[in-house]
Design a protein around this ligand. Structure first.
Ligand code: ADP
Length: 363
């Protein structure tokens, strides 16, 4: 600490000396020129006393000018440099200690533009970090909360299974409840891992060109038993020969989730429709249902992790499906939209870029 103060004093003194020498040099040169002109033009002759007197006055003047300039420069630096640097350093230290609420106010005055730019960059960084932190803590809270329910179910039914002289029917019922809860937990973990890998870009899309209509039909057919059980009418309008260049496995996640929701939220006797249309650049898929629909408020949050607008179906999902869907569509540089009305139904529209070679042929 003492060493730093010593070196800073030394630096201050050497800068003062340098400035003093520079001013001394400039003033001496000016004086010499001035005296030369005077002696040449007016024939003045200087003796050693005059010169010694002039040198003393010049030295004093140079000293005063140097002190004045250095003091003015010191005050300017304190106000224009040290103060903003202190504000910025304090803010970054707070951010380093985890306080992301800190914001640097714009500083007024000329010469502050550079500091204001740094301040703005730090403010955006703090905002970004604070939203990441909120997401992280929300995510942990949600995961813990979502894990508690199936674990509690498993614990309760596990205890019930230990009851002596249990009937075969009851034993099966309790065992099924445990299996269902553990499946939910496993599904949730799989979805969390997938989402995590998608968000951290650990999954690199494996692009292939394939027939989108065929993929959609395959995905829809997985729900055959559900639509038969619930007596749901199926309507399809699929344009033929529409190929897309995408990651087939990732894209099938999108259709599976959208169909699964359509069948889940549609009551017995309802209708689920699938249409595939294509223009020059995009393939457009619409998956509609005549289910319960959702309000605008719910619609605004459905792509958020763990959000469940409809709690009556909460045991059949974990609110991660549409977050995954959105992430995959973003990775494919596609678009997803939803239109819905409570009691009428819901339509999800997904737009995916068509295969490049097909576009070439169309041109
Ligand atoms: P989950 O289905 O597991 O609840 P999702 O992320 O798939 O989670 O969906 C989030 C929410 O979006 C659902 O809880 C529901 O409120 C709403 N939602 C999604 N699809 C539909 C649909 N087809 N009809 C009505 N609501 C839907």
């Amino acid at each position: 600490m003492k060493k730093t103060a010593f070196f800073s004093a030394l630096r201050g003194f050497s800068s003062f000396l340098l400035f003093f020498l520079m001013v001394g040099f400039v003033v001496s040169c000016c004086m010499l020129l001035f005296l030369n002109v005077l002696s040449d033009e007016m024939g003045l002759i200087y003796n050693s006393d005059n010169i010694a007197e002039a040198a003393k006055i010049t030295f004093l003047n140079v000293l005063i000018i140097t002190v004045l300039f250095k003091t003015a420069d010191f005050i300017r630096r304190k106000i224009m440099v040290d103060k903003p640097v202190k504000i910025i350093t304090e803010a970054t230290e707070k951010i380093m200690n985890g306080d992301f609420s800190v914001r640097i106010k714009p500083m007024h005055g000329s010469g502050m533009e550079g500091f204001n730019k740094v301040g703005e960059a730090i403010n955006s960084m703090a905002e970004e970090l604070s939203s990441v932190e909120t997401l992280r803590t929300d995510f942990i809270a949600n995961v813990s909360h979502e894990m508690k329910t199936p674990l509690a179910v498993m614990q309760n039914y596990g205890t019930l299974l230990q009851t002596p002289n249990l009937s075969e029917e009851k034993r099966n019922e309790y065992a099924k409840a445990i299996t269902d809860a553990s499946r939910r937990l496993a599904d949730m973990m799989t979805n969390i891992l997938k989402l995590n890998r998608l968000e951290n870009q650990q999954i690199y899309p494996n692009l292939t060109t394939f027939d989108l209509g065929e993929q959609l039909c395959e995905s829809l057919l997985q729900y055959e038993s559900t639509w038969e059980r619930k007596n749901i009418e199926i309507e399809t309008d699929i344009a033929e020969g529409v190929s897309v260049s995408a990651d087939a496995e990732l894209l099938s996640l999108v259709w599976n989730n959208l169909f699964s929701n359509a069948f889940k939220f549609t009551e017995n006797g309802g209708r689920v429709s699938l249409t595939l249309k294509a223009d020059e650049s995009y393939a457009t898929v619409k998956i509609s249902d005549t289910g319960c629909g959702m309000s605008a408020e719910v619609g605004a949050h459905i792509f958020e992790k763990f959000y469940q607008g409809d709690t009556s179906h909460a045991t059949q999902g974990n609110g991660l499906g549409l977050a995954l869907v959105k992430r995959v569509v973003d990775i494919m540089q596609g678009e997803i939209g939803v239109e819905s009305a409570v009691g009428v139904g819901t339509t999800f529209t997904v737009r995916i870029r068509r295969a490049e070679n097909e576009l070439e042929e169309a041109r």
